[in-house]
Design a protein around this ligand. Structure first.
Ligand code: DX5
Ligand code: ZN
Length: 220
């Protein structure tokens, strides 16, 4: 069993005062930071590149969890490693859902000294990636269509979480199970119940008291 982790999504951070926001995150109980990289092609939105991560690395000592929503994930591994990423997750859809290609990129990320994860969009079945599980440090289940914060949680995606937890148990594997999208006070307990150990939260977590919400997610 992995220790539960909360990964605030910097997509919802207050960019009018970035330094103060990062200080608040560094001093919170959240020891992960989720960094959404969108290229305007794989998803219809554009966010941040490695230079921004490099700046955040100076102020955040926890796990920098990079979520690549890009059409060419292999290209970005080196730049984000140099910028200070700890873990890089990419989408299977960017590799035509080819499990051999997924395995090759997971191993490439690991060979660069990072932890490696893969993610599936809501419409992509997970069972085709059974052969990838021994190569992954984390599997990210998207509970919204990637691209934007503030969408509603897709409860049916919890079937993937249950399948991942079952595979991990029956095959004696040890990847983390992360969920991303629509996490709030009603949905995080459902996700944990299904087997999630790593909770990404954006719009809900940053509206109101981040510290008390994080404490609840970690300890309740
Ligand atoms: C969506 C991103 C998420 C997003 C989640 O594509 O991958 O990380 O920030 O935001 P909320 O928690 O608001 O759904
Ligand atoms: Zn994300």
């Amino acid at each position: 069993m992995h220790k539960r982790a909360v990964a605030p999504s910097v997509l919802s951070m207050d960019y009018s005062d970035t330094g103060a926001s990062l200080d608040m995150l560094e001093n919170s109980q959240a020891d992960w930071l989720h960094f959404d990289v969108m290229d305007g092609h794989f998803v219809p939105n554009l966010t941040f590149g490695p230079d921004i991560l490099k700046g955040m690395r100076k102020k955040f000592s926890g796990v920098l969890d990079v979520h690549l929503m890009t059409t060419d994930p292999a290209r970005w591994v080196g730049p984000f490693r140099k910028a200070g990423a700890d873990l890089i997750t990419f989408h299977t859809e960017a590799l035509n859902n080819n499990p051999d290609a997924v395995n090759a990129l997971l191993e490439e990320i690991r060979s660069q000294g990072l932890r490696a994860g893969f993610s599936v969009k809501p419409g992509t079945p997970i069972e085709g990636f059974a052969s990838c599980l021994p190569h992954a440090d984390l599997v990210l289940v998207m509970s919204v269509e990637p691209g934007f914060g503030g969408q509603s949680f897709m409860e049916d995606q919890l079937d993937k979480v249950r399948w991942l937890a079952d595979q991990r148990n029956s095959r004696d594997l040890d990847y983390r199970i992360e969920i991303d999208g629509g996490i709030n006070e009603n949905t995080w307990p459902q996700a944990v119940q299904a087997g999630v150990d790593t909770l990404v939260a954006g719009s809900w977590l940053f509206s109101g008291n981040l510290e008390s919400k994080t404490t609840a997610m970690l300890h309740e």
